[in-house]
Design a protein around this ligand. Sequence first.
Ligand code: AMP
Length: 505
Amino acid sequence: MSDNLFDLFLDRAPRREKLALDASGGLSLTYGELFARAGQAARALVDLGVEPGDRVAAQIDKSPDAIVLLLACLKAGAALLPLNAAYTLAELEYFLGDSAPAVTLCRPAALAATRELAAKLGLHCVESLGVARDGTFAELIASAGATPETASRAADDLAAILYTSGTTGRSKGAMLTHDNLGSNALALIDLWRFGADDTLIHALPVFHTHGLFVASNVALLAGATIIFQPRFDAEAIMAALPRASVLMGVPTFYTRLVEHPDLTRAACAHMRLFVSGSAPLLADTHAQWREKTGHAILERYGMTETNMIASNPYEGERRPGAVGFALPGVSLRVADAESGAPLAKGEVGVVEVKGSNVFKGYWRMPEKTASEFRADGFFITGDLGRFDADGYLHIVGRAKDLIISGGFNVYPKEIENEIDAIDGVVESAVIGLPHRDFGEGVTAVVVTRASARLDEATILAALEARLAKYKQPKRVLFAADLPRNAMGKVQKATLRAEHQALYSA
Ligand code: AMP
């Protein structure tokens, strides 16, 4: 029997007439239409020469056809390789060269340039797919012949390869299997009580695990309807709230929406759940949101390589600043970075995870893959965390963002929490910069409210009684905002590069 995830989608599909993707511009698709179009797109891929085990790269803008393409790839037995539309041709060259896709899809306007680049790499099949069902691949879909049989796939065959954003070194292709994706979506459906009555607001990008898998797979495998929006737009989300039941967002969605004058309990009366992930949600945003809407945002934690790992409870306390408990079927531990030995509650160590959610490895990087797994099969996430007394996991930052100042470990999150609690502070990022006495100097970059009168001395004074001397920033810098990537993650490497010479000046 085949373990193709496509069959799971079909098995769990509601009636054909039910709306799957509710999109503007006449692009909505019922479940029946979604599967029919996915079948035609699978036919088009097969006709282009795609065989089970091949890769299909897609650097396209968000539209319902991005979801059609995911299903089509599954059906054809190919691994989808979604790429951020913001990547330049130079970046694309690396991804295409590394992954050697059988077919590459690009935006209509990029067709000539992408074909030229691909030809240089010995790749000869590039088609275009636009947001309005335009482009050469859309034409192939429209004229496709009979739907092919769904390819037989084993549970650990590849369903997708997602390149990690990788701020240092080469970006790595995380190989995700049919079982990785299917098992994780089913666990989340259960945990978050997803059902056919749900309507999800989807404003996330679909080249990333959050929008492509967490949001889309969960909603579609639950038979729910997705209000499919091309990008984050506060007005569009506010307008959708009265007919929706769930929103999944990155923290920036919430920090922006919470400022919206129309965000009230009444505006959210139809909503049952707000989920946040991909970056830490500020405790302050959690509190403000609760006050304005009556809803406690449910924060969860995961990464491209592992799918979702932990979540705050659906029932029970959703603790601000914490990411909750391991998902059912997922083993989670906080371990000593060197030895991998599990640490006691309260101690900070590396977060490690094992389960059917965890990826198969990095594409064509067996050594890198081996070095990120322990002998007992746990994957080393690279995040630092600790369990609190009640067993909630707290993420204190990426291991590579850990600051070692004067030989002491300083966890940026702890300092950021203290700074964020100062009246007038919007948010902060704490980084380590080269310092001749201390090795690294603890440095805070702070964003304040326009009305706040805060300077370096006031902030340092506020921290004096709160933090041990070695944790206190040596300098406090101010910025209008923090550099973020498309998923709302603060780019600390960018900040470090920008202020590299601060202490050597
Ligand atoms: P990505 O692979 O792009 O999804 O990034 C995964 C990383 O995002 C994780 O390793 C964490 O560092 C971070 N992350 C995801 N969710 C959270 C969260 N709720 N709180 C803190 N960090 C998070």
